[in-house]
Ligand binder design. Structure first.
Ligand SMILES: Cc1ncc(COP(=O)(O)O)c(C=O)c1O
Length: 480
Protein backbone atom coordinates (compact mmCIF):
# COMPACT_ATOMS: atom_id res chain seq x y z
CA UNK A 1 0.00 0.00 0.00
CA UNK A 2 1.29 3.36 -0.79
CA UNK A 3 0.67 6.25 1.49
CA UNK A 4 0.50 9.78 0.27
CA UNK A 5 2.24 12.69 1.99
CA UNK A 6 -0.72 13.13 4.28
CA UNK A 7 0.51 15.89 6.56
CA UNK A 8 -0.63 19.44 6.78
CA UNK A 9 2.62 20.45 5.19
CA UNK A 10 6.29 19.63 5.29
CA UNK A 11 6.82 22.28 7.93
CA UNK A 12 5.72 19.67 10.47
CA UNK A 13 8.69 17.58 9.45
CA UNK A 14 11.14 20.17 8.28
CA UNK A 15 11.80 23.34 10.17
CA UNK A 16 14.41 25.57 8.62
CA UNK A 17 16.60 27.93 10.51
CA UNK A 18 17.95 30.40 8.01
CA UNK A 19 20.82 31.41 10.24
CA UNK A 20 22.00 27.86 10.90
CA UNK A 21 23.97 26.68 7.92
CA UNK A 22 23.15 25.39 4.46
CA UNK A 23 19.43 24.87 3.92
CA UNK A 24 19.95 21.76 1.81
CA UNK A 25 21.83 20.08 4.65
CA UNK A 26 19.07 20.98 7.11
CA UNK A 27 16.37 19.53 4.86
CA UNK A 28 18.41 16.40 4.26
CA UNK A 29 19.11 15.81 7.95
CA UNK A 30 15.51 16.31 8.94
CA UNK A 31 14.08 14.06 6.25
CA UNK A 32 16.61 11.37 7.12
CA UNK A 33 15.63 11.60 10.78
CA UNK A 34 11.92 11.47 9.91
CA UNK A 35 12.45 8.32 7.84
CA UNK A 36 14.57 6.67 10.55
CA UNK A 37 12.02 7.47 13.22
CA UNK A 38 9.22 6.19 10.99
CA UNK A 39 7.49 9.56 11.06
CA UNK A 40 7.57 9.07 7.32
CA UNK A 41 6.52 5.52 6.69
CA UNK A 42 7.48 2.96 4.11
CA UNK A 43 6.17 3.85 0.66
CA UNK A 44 5.04 7.33 1.69
CA UNK A 45 5.38 9.73 -1.24
CA UNK A 46 7.42 12.85 -0.73
CA UNK A 47 6.12 16.04 -2.28
CA UNK A 48 7.44 16.86 -5.72
CA UNK A 49 10.67 18.85 -5.74
CA UNK A 50 8.80 21.85 -7.11
CA UNK A 51 6.14 21.72 -4.37
CA UNK A 52 8.53 21.18 -1.49
CA UNK A 53 10.77 23.98 -2.76
CA UNK A 54 7.79 26.31 -2.88
CA UNK A 55 6.53 25.29 0.55
CA UNK A 56 9.92 25.74 2.16
CA UNK A 57 10.85 28.83 0.21
CA UNK A 58 14.06 27.36 -1.21
CA UNK A 59 15.24 26.87 -4.76
CA UNK A 60 14.07 23.77 -6.58
CA UNK A 61 17.71 22.82 -7.25
CA UNK A 62 18.28 22.56 -3.49
CA UNK A 63 15.45 20.04 -3.13
CA UNK A 64 16.59 18.10 -6.18
CA UNK A 65 20.05 17.76 -4.60
CA UNK A 66 18.49 16.63 -1.32
CA UNK A 67 16.39 13.94 -2.98
CA UNK A 68 19.37 12.73 -5.01
CA UNK A 69 21.43 12.43 -1.86
CA UNK A 70 18.71 10.50 -0.03
CA UNK A 71 18.28 8.31 -3.06
CA UNK A 72 21.99 7.55 -3.14
CA UNK A 73 21.93 6.69 0.57
CA UNK A 74 18.95 4.34 0.19
CA UNK A 75 16.44 6.33 2.25
CA UNK A 76 14.14 6.96 -0.71
CA UNK A 77 13.51 5.41 -4.08
CA UNK A 78 12.08 6.87 -7.20
CA UNK A 79 10.31 5.40 -10.18
CA UNK A 80 9.06 7.07 -13.30
CA UNK A 81 5.50 8.17 -12.74
CA UNK A 82 5.31 7.52 -9.01
CA UNK A 83 7.65 10.20 -7.71
CA UNK A 84 9.96 9.85 -4.74
CA UNK A 85 8.90 7.46 -2.00
CA UNK A 86 10.29 6.34 1.34
CA UNK A 87 12.28 3.14 0.86
CA UNK A 88 12.12 0.08 3.09
CA UNK A 89 14.40 0.36 6.11
CA UNK A 90 16.06 -2.78 7.50
CA UNK A 91 13.76 -4.76 9.83
CA UNK A 92 14.24 -3.61 13.39
CA UNK A 93 16.29 -0.85 11.82
CA UNK A 94 17.47 2.31 13.33
CA UNK A 95 14.32 3.59 14.95
CA UNK A 96 15.58 6.29 17.25
CA UNK A 97 13.93 9.10 19.09
CA UNK A 98 10.49 7.84 18.08
CA UNK A 99 8.19 10.43 19.61
CA UNK A 100 5.86 7.81 21.04
CA UNK A 101 8.63 5.80 22.69
CA UNK A 102 9.14 7.18 26.16
CA UNK A 103 12.30 6.03 27.90
CA UNK A 104 11.74 4.46 31.30
CA UNK A 105 12.04 7.13 33.96
CA UNK A 106 15.39 6.84 35.77
CA UNK A 107 15.01 5.64 39.35
CA UNK A 108 14.75 8.50 41.80
CA UNK A 109 18.20 9.03 43.30
CA UNK A 110 18.48 8.19 46.97
CA UNK A 111 18.90 11.11 49.34
CA UNK A 112 21.59 9.15 51.17
CA UNK A 113 23.57 6.55 49.27
CA UNK A 114 25.69 4.20 51.39
CA UNK A 115 26.97 2.28 48.34
CA UNK A 116 30.51 1.22 49.22
CA UNK A 117 33.52 1.79 47.02
CA UNK A 118 32.91 5.31 45.75
CA UNK A 119 35.46 7.92 46.80
CA UNK A 120 34.47 11.48 47.64
CA UNK A 121 33.77 12.68 44.13
CA UNK A 122 33.71 16.30 45.27
CA UNK A 123 37.35 15.97 46.38
CA UNK A 124 38.79 14.52 43.17
CA UNK A 125 41.92 16.68 42.64
CA UNK A 126 40.86 18.07 39.29
CA UNK A 127 43.18 21.06 39.39
CA UNK A 128 46.16 18.82 40.04
CA UNK A 129 44.98 16.40 37.38
CA UNK A 130 44.62 19.19 34.80
CA UNK A 131 48.13 20.33 35.69
CA UNK A 132 49.41 16.78 35.20
CA UNK A 133 47.63 16.32 31.88
CA UNK A 134 48.96 19.67 30.64
CA UNK A 135 52.48 18.73 31.73
CA UNK A 136 52.19 15.32 30.09
CA UNK A 137 50.96 16.89 26.87
CA UNK A 138 53.78 19.42 26.90
CA UNK A 139 56.60 17.06 27.78
CA UNK A 140 55.79 13.62 26.39
CA UNK A 141 58.29 12.90 23.60
CA UNK A 142 56.62 12.76 20.19
CA UNK A 143 57.82 9.18 19.67
CA UNK A 144 55.73 8.08 22.65
CA UNK A 145 52.54 9.21 20.95
CA UNK A 146 52.99 6.29 18.60
CA UNK A 147 53.44 2.63 19.35
CA UNK A 148 53.50 1.93 23.01
CA UNK A 149 54.81 -0.78 25.24
CA UNK A 150 51.89 -3.05 26.16
CA UNK A 151 53.39 -3.39 29.66
CA UNK A 152 52.68 0.31 30.11
CA UNK A 153 54.81 3.41 30.16
CA UNK A 154 58.22 2.79 31.69
CA UNK A 155 57.90 6.05 33.59
CA UNK A 156 54.62 5.09 35.26
CA UNK A 157 55.85 1.58 36.04
CA UNK A 158 58.87 3.07 37.78
CA UNK A 159 56.72 5.53 39.69
CA UNK A 160 54.08 3.03 40.86
CA UNK A 161 56.62 0.44 41.93
CA UNK A 162 58.53 3.13 43.87
CA UNK A 163 55.21 4.19 45.44
CA UNK A 164 54.35 0.60 46.29
CA UNK A 165 57.76 0.09 47.91
CA UNK A 166 57.53 3.34 49.86
CA UNK A 167 53.88 3.38 50.93
CA UNK A 168 52.94 -0.30 50.85
CA UNK A 169 56.26 -1.85 51.92
CA UNK A 170 56.36 -3.82 48.68
CA UNK A 171 59.47 -4.82 46.77
CA UNK A 172 58.45 -4.96 43.10
CA UNK A 173 60.52 -3.30 40.37
CA UNK A 174 59.37 -1.74 37.10
CA UNK A 175 60.06 -4.94 35.12
CA UNK A 176 57.47 -6.72 37.28
CA UNK A 177 54.76 -4.12 36.71
CA UNK A 178 52.06 -3.98 34.06
CA UNK A 179 49.87 -0.90 33.75
CA UNK A 180 46.19 -1.73 33.27
CA UNK A 181 42.88 0.07 33.06
CA UNK A 182 41.91 -0.47 36.68
CA UNK A 183 41.84 -3.40 39.05
CA UNK A 184 39.29 -5.46 37.17
CA UNK A 185 41.19 -5.46 33.94
CA UNK A 186 44.33 -6.45 35.80
CA UNK A 187 42.43 -9.26 37.50
CA UNK A 188 41.09 -10.62 34.21
CA UNK A 189 44.56 -10.59 32.65
CA UNK A 190 46.19 -12.15 35.72
CA UNK A 191 43.59 -14.93 35.89
CA UNK A 192 43.91 -15.72 32.19
CA UNK A 193 47.66 -16.00 32.74
CA UNK A 194 47.23 -18.32 35.72
CA UNK A 195 44.99 -20.53 33.58
CA UNK A 196 47.80 -20.69 31.01
CA UNK A 197 50.08 -21.81 33.81
CA UNK A 198 47.82 -24.75 34.59
CA UNK A 199 45.97 -23.27 37.58
CA UNK A 200 42.40 -24.52 37.45
CA UNK A 201 40.74 -23.33 40.65
CA UNK A 202 40.67 -20.05 42.54
CA UNK A 203 39.35 -19.44 46.04
CA UNK A 204 37.39 -16.25 46.71
CA UNK A 205 36.42 -14.59 49.96
CA UNK A 206 32.89 -15.23 51.19
CA UNK A 207 31.48 -12.67 51.69
CA UNK A 208 33.54 -10.81 49.17
CA UNK A 209 33.43 -8.35 46.29
CA UNK A 210 30.73 -9.16 43.78
CA UNK A 211 31.26 -10.66 40.34
CA UNK A 212 34.79 -11.88 40.89
CA UNK A 213 33.44 -15.41 40.49
CA UNK A 214 32.07 -14.42 37.08
CA UNK A 215 35.42 -12.91 36.06
CA UNK A 216 37.22 -16.06 37.24
CA UNK A 217 34.93 -18.35 35.27
CA UNK A 218 35.41 -16.27 32.14
CA UNK A 219 39.13 -16.77 32.52
CA UNK A 220 38.51 -20.52 32.60
CA UNK A 221 38.92 -21.05 36.36
CA UNK A 222 36.63 -22.81 38.76
CA UNK A 223 35.73 -20.39 41.61
CA UNK A 224 35.15 -21.67 45.14
CA UNK A 225 34.24 -19.76 48.33
CA UNK A 226 36.31 -19.55 51.50
CA UNK A 227 34.75 -18.06 54.63
CA UNK A 228 35.97 -14.84 56.18
CA UNK A 229 35.89 -14.37 59.95
CA UNK A 230 37.04 -11.66 62.33
CA UNK A 231 40.68 -12.21 61.30
CA UNK A 232 40.06 -12.31 57.57
CA UNK A 233 40.19 -15.25 55.20
CA UNK A 234 40.17 -18.65 56.93
CA UNK A 235 43.39 -20.21 55.64
CA UNK A 236 42.51 -23.65 57.10
CA UNK A 237 39.39 -23.71 54.91
CA UNK A 238 41.41 -22.46 51.96
CA UNK A 239 43.63 -25.54 52.28
CA UNK A 240 40.57 -27.79 52.06
CA UNK A 241 39.47 -26.35 48.71
CA UNK A 242 42.40 -27.71 46.71
CA UNK A 243 42.66 -24.32 44.98
CA UNK A 244 46.09 -23.12 43.94
CA UNK A 245 45.12 -19.48 43.72
CA UNK A 246 43.28 -17.17 46.08
CA UNK A 247 42.03 -13.62 45.66
CA UNK A 248 41.63 -11.51 48.77
CA UNK A 249 41.41 -7.98 50.18
CA UNK A 250 43.85 -8.21 53.10
CA UNK A 251 44.21 -4.53 54.02
CA UNK A 252 40.48 -3.95 54.63
CA UNK A 253 38.31 -6.88 53.74
CA UNK A 254 35.54 -6.12 51.34
CA UNK A 255 32.87 -5.98 52.70
CA UNK A 256 33.40 -6.94 56.38
CA UNK A 257 36.17 -4.38 56.97
CA UNK A 258 38.48 -6.70 58.94
CA UNK A 259 42.23 -6.74 58.26
CA UNK A 260 43.96 -10.04 57.65
CA UNK A 261 45.49 -10.95 61.02
CA UNK A 262 49.27 -11.40 61.41
CA UNK A 263 49.12 -15.18 61.93
CA UNK A 264 46.76 -15.54 58.97
CA UNK A 265 49.25 -13.66 56.81
CA UNK A 266 51.97 -16.11 57.80
CA UNK A 267 49.66 -19.10 57.25
CA UNK A 268 48.68 -17.80 53.86
CA UNK A 269 52.25 -17.42 52.74
CA UNK A 270 53.04 -20.92 54.04
CA UNK A 271 50.07 -22.28 52.09
CA UNK A 272 51.31 -20.63 48.88
CA UNK A 273 54.72 -22.15 49.40
CA UNK A 274 53.29 -25.63 50.07
CA UNK A 275 51.02 -25.79 47.03
CA UNK A 276 53.10 -23.55 44.75
CA UNK A 277 50.08 -21.30 44.90
CA UNK A 278 49.39 -17.73 43.91
CA UNK A 279 47.97 -15.06 46.18
CA UNK A 280 46.18 -12.27 44.30
CA UNK A 281 46.22 -9.28 46.59
CA UNK A 282 43.52 -6.70 45.91
CA UNK A 283 45.32 -3.85 47.62
CA UNK A 284 42.10 -1.98 47.91
CA UNK A 285 41.52 0.69 50.59
CA UNK A 286 45.09 0.18 51.77
CA UNK A 287 45.96 3.88 51.80
CA UNK A 288 43.23 4.78 54.26
CA UNK A 289 44.20 3.53 57.68
CA UNK A 290 43.25 5.77 60.59
CA UNK A 291 44.62 4.35 63.79
CA UNK A 292 48.16 3.42 62.70
CA UNK A 293 50.41 2.99 59.71
CA UNK A 294 48.79 0.79 57.04
CA UNK A 295 49.66 -2.89 57.22
CA UNK A 296 52.18 -3.58 54.44
CA UNK A 297 51.36 -5.35 51.22
CA UNK A 298 51.58 -9.14 51.14
CA UNK A 299 53.64 -8.69 47.98
CA UNK A 300 56.52 -7.43 50.13
CA UNK A 301 56.24 -10.51 52.35
CA UNK A 302 56.21 -13.11 49.60
CA UNK A 303 57.08 -11.62 46.20
CA UNK A 304 57.50 -15.06 44.61
CA UNK A 305 53.86 -15.99 45.17
CA UNK A 306 51.93 -12.73 45.31
CA UNK A 307 50.40 -10.81 42.46
CA UNK A 308 49.45 -7.37 43.83
CA UNK A 309 46.75 -5.37 42.08
CA UNK A 310 46.44 -1.64 42.64
CA UNK A 311 44.16 1.02 41.22
CA UNK A 312 43.49 4.72 41.52
CA UNK A 313 39.72 4.23 41.39
CA UNK A 314 39.48 4.79 45.14
CA UNK A 315 42.42 7.09 45.70
CA UNK A 316 41.63 9.46 42.79
CA UNK A 317 38.49 8.57 40.85
CA UNK A 318 37.05 5.66 38.88
CA UNK A 319 36.99 7.98 35.85
CA UNK A 320 40.81 7.93 35.66
CA UNK A 321 40.65 4.15 35.24
CA UNK A 322 44.29 3.26 35.66
CA UNK A 323 45.82 0.57 37.79
CA UNK A 324 48.75 -1.82 37.96
CA UNK A 325 49.60 -5.45 38.38
CA UNK A 326 52.83 -6.33 40.16
CA UNK A 327 53.62 -9.94 39.41
CA UNK A 328 56.38 -12.48 39.99
CA UNK A 329 58.60 -12.52 36.87
CA UNK A 330 57.23 -15.87 35.61
CA UNK A 331 53.79 -14.33 35.08
CA UNK A 332 54.74 -10.94 33.66
CA UNK A 333 55.09 -11.92 30.00
CA UNK A 334 51.70 -13.70 30.08
CA UNK A 335 49.93 -10.69 31.58
CA UNK A 336 51.57 -8.35 29.07
CA UNK A 337 50.46 -10.63 26.25
CA UNK A 338 46.87 -10.68 27.53
CA UNK A 339 46.95 -6.92 27.57
CA UNK A 340 48.50 -6.60 24.13
CA UNK A 341 45.90 -8.89 22.59
CA UNK A 342 43.01 -7.26 24.38
CA UNK A 343 43.74 -3.55 24.01
CA UNK A 344 47.39 -2.95 23.04
CA UNK A 345 47.91 -0.62 25.96
CA UNK A 346 46.53 1.97 28.34
CA UNK A 347 46.22 5.64 27.25
CA UNK A 348 49.76 7.01 27.06
CA UNK A 349 49.01 10.61 27.97
CA UNK A 350 47.00 9.58 31.01
CA UNK A 351 49.76 7.24 32.13
CA UNK A 352 52.27 10.05 31.89
CA UNK A 353 49.90 12.39 33.74
CA UNK A 354 49.50 9.88 36.57
CA UNK A 355 53.26 9.39 36.76
CA UNK A 356 53.76 13.16 37.04
CA UNK A 357 50.97 13.52 39.59
CA UNK A 358 52.53 10.89 41.81
CA UNK A 359 56.11 12.03 41.31
CA UNK A 360 55.32 15.67 42.02
CA UNK A 361 53.92 14.94 45.49
CA UNK A 362 50.42 16.04 44.50
CA UNK A 363 49.05 12.51 44.81
CA UNK A 364 50.39 12.16 48.37
CA UNK A 365 49.01 15.57 49.31
CA UNK A 366 45.63 14.57 47.96
CA UNK A 367 45.69 11.33 49.96
CA UNK A 368 46.55 13.21 53.15
CA UNK A 369 43.67 15.60 52.54
CA UNK A 370 41.02 12.99 51.78
CA UNK A 371 42.18 10.75 54.61
CA UNK A 372 41.16 13.52 57.01
CA UNK A 373 37.80 13.88 55.28
CA UNK A 374 37.17 10.13 55.57
CA UNK A 375 38.37 10.07 59.15
CA UNK A 376 35.85 12.79 60.05
CA UNK A 377 33.06 10.91 58.25
CA UNK A 378 34.02 7.71 59.98
CA UNK A 379 33.85 9.46 63.38
CA UNK A 380 30.40 10.84 62.59
CA UNK A 381 29.29 7.39 61.48
CA UNK A 382 30.59 5.80 64.68
CA UNK A 383 28.85 8.37 66.88
CA UNK A 384 25.56 8.22 64.96
CA UNK A 385 25.52 4.41 64.96
CA UNK A 386 26.21 4.27 68.69
CA UNK A 387 23.38 6.69 69.37
CA UNK A 388 20.90 4.88 67.13
CA UNK A 389 21.86 1.23 67.64
CA UNK A 390 23.89 1.09 70.88
CA UNK A 391 27.60 0.38 71.38
CA UNK A 392 29.85 -1.96 69.38
CA UNK A 393 27.60 -2.42 66.41
CA UNK A 394 30.13 -1.25 63.82
CA UNK A 395 33.02 -3.31 62.51
CA UNK A 396 35.88 -2.34 60.20
CA UNK A 397 36.32 1.29 61.22
CA UNK A 398 40.10 1.18 61.43
CA UNK A 399 40.58 1.66 57.71
CA UNK A 400 38.94 2.35 54.39
CA UNK A 401 35.67 3.95 53.46
CA UNK A 402 33.12 1.41 54.53
CA UNK A 403 32.07 -0.34 57.70
CA UNK A 404 29.75 -3.14 58.69
CA UNK A 405 26.74 -2.37 60.87
CA UNK A 406 25.56 -5.44 62.76
CA UNK A 407 21.78 -5.49 63.06
CA UNK A 408 19.85 -6.94 65.99
CA UNK A 409 19.54 -10.76 65.83
CA UNK A 410 16.55 -11.90 63.85
CA UNK A 411 16.30 -8.76 61.71
CA UNK A 412 15.83 -9.44 58.02
CA UNK A 413 18.52 -7.61 56.07
CA UNK A 414 16.48 -7.65 52.92
CA UNK A 415 13.42 -6.19 54.62
CA UNK A 416 15.48 -3.41 56.20
CA UNK A 417 17.18 -2.64 52.88
CA UNK A 418 13.81 -2.46 51.12
CA UNK A 419 12.22 -0.32 53.84
CA UNK A 420 15.21 2.04 53.92
CA UNK A 421 14.93 2.47 50.15
CA UNK A 422 11.37 3.70 50.52
CA UNK A 423 12.71 6.23 53.05
CA UNK A 424 15.35 7.56 50.65
CA UNK A 425 18.36 5.61 51.92
CA UNK A 426 20.22 3.21 49.66
CA UNK A 427 22.26 0.53 51.35
CA UNK A 428 23.21 -3.11 50.79
CA UNK A 429 22.95 -5.99 53.23
CA UNK A 430 25.87 -8.31 53.84
CA UNK A 431 23.95 -11.00 51.97
CA UNK A 432 24.46 -8.98 48.79
CA UNK A 433 28.14 -9.95 48.97
CA UNK A 434 27.72 -13.64 49.75
CA UNK A 435 29.17 -16.11 47.32
CA UNK A 436 26.07 -17.62 45.76
CA UNK A 437 24.99 -19.10 42.46
CA UNK A 438 25.08 -16.39 39.84
CA UNK A 439 21.38 -15.48 39.88
CA UNK A 440 20.41 -16.02 43.51
CA UNK A 441 20.74 -13.55 46.32
CA UNK A 442 20.98 -15.33 49.63
CA UNK A 443 19.85 -14.20 53.01
CA UNK A 444 22.97 -14.22 55.14
CA UNK A 445 22.59 -17.79 56.41
CA UNK A 446 24.42 -18.42 59.67
CA UNK A 447 26.02 -14.99 59.61
CA UNK A 448 24.27 -12.38 61.78
CA UNK A 449 22.41 -9.76 59.73
CA UNK A 450 24.40 -6.67 58.86
CA UNK A 451 24.49 -3.71 56.52
CA UNK A 452 27.50 -2.52 54.52
CA UNK A 453 27.88 1.23 54.91
CA UNK A 454 30.10 3.01 52.42
CA UNK A 455 30.91 6.50 53.66
CA UNK A 456 33.29 7.71 50.96
CA UNK A 457 30.84 9.82 49.02
CA UNK A 458 28.31 10.93 51.65
CA UNK A 459 28.56 14.09 53.72
CA UNK A 460 28.63 14.09 57.51
CA UNK A 461 25.04 15.41 57.55
CA UNK A 462 23.91 12.67 55.19
CA UNK A 463 25.58 10.06 57.38
CA UNK A 464 23.74 11.25 60.51
CA UNK A 465 20.44 11.44 58.68
CA UNK A 466 20.97 8.09 56.96
CA UNK A 467 21.76 6.28 60.20
CA UNK A 468 18.68 7.71 61.89
CA UNK A 469 16.60 6.52 58.95
CA UNK A 470 18.16 3.05 59.10
CA UNK A 471 17.29 2.83 62.79
CA UNK A 472 13.70 3.72 61.93
CA UNK A 473 13.69 1.10 59.15
CA UNK A 474 14.87 -1.54 61.62
CA UNK A 475 12.22 -0.56 64.18
CA UNK A 476 9.60 -0.56 61.44
CA UNK A 477 10.56 -4.15 60.53
CA UNK A 478 10.42 -5.17 64.19
CA UNK A 479 6.85 -4.01 64.64
CA UNK A 480 5.50 -4.92 61.19
C1 LIG B 1 37.04 -4.74 46.23
C2 LIG B 1 37.44 -3.79 45.14
N1 LIG B 1 38.69 -3.78 44.70
C3 LIG B 1 39.10 -2.92 43.75
C4 LIG B 1 38.25 -2.03 43.19
C5 LIG B 1 38.75 -1.10 42.12
O1 LIG B 1 38.35 -1.57 40.89
P1 LIG B 1 38.65 -0.75 39.54
O2 LIG B 1 40.05 -0.31 39.60
O3 LIG B 1 38.41 -1.77 38.45
O4 LIG B 1 37.69 0.39 39.50
C6 LIG B 1 36.92 -2.02 43.60
C7 LIG B 1 35.98 -1.06 43.00
O5 LIG B 1 34.88 -0.84 43.46
C8 LIG B 1 36.51 -2.91 44.59
O6 LIG B 1 35.26 -2.93 45.04
Amino acid sequence: MTVEWARGGPDLLVALDRGAGPLGVQIQDQLRAAIRDRRLSLGERLPSTRRLAALLGVSRGTVVDVYEQLLAEGYVESAVGSGTRVAAMPAGGPVRHAPDVVAAAPPRPAEVDFEYGIPDLGSVPLTAWSWAVAEATRTLPTAELGDEDPAGSRHLREVVTAYHRRVRSGCAVAEEAVVVSGFRQGLAFALATLAQHGIRRIALEDPGPREHDVIARRAGLDAVPVPVDDHGLDVGRLRETGARAVLLTPAHQCPTGVALGPSRRRDLVAWADEVDGVILEDDYDAEFRYDRQPVGSLQGLDPAHVIALGSVSKTLAPAIRLGWVLAPPRFVAGIVEEKRLSCRGAPGLDQEALALLMESGRFDRHLRRVREIYRARRDVLAAAAELAFGPDRLQGLAAGCHALLRLPEGTSERAVVATAATMGVRVNGLGHYRFVAADAEAEPGPRPPALVLGFGNVTEQQISRGIRTLAKAVRHREIS
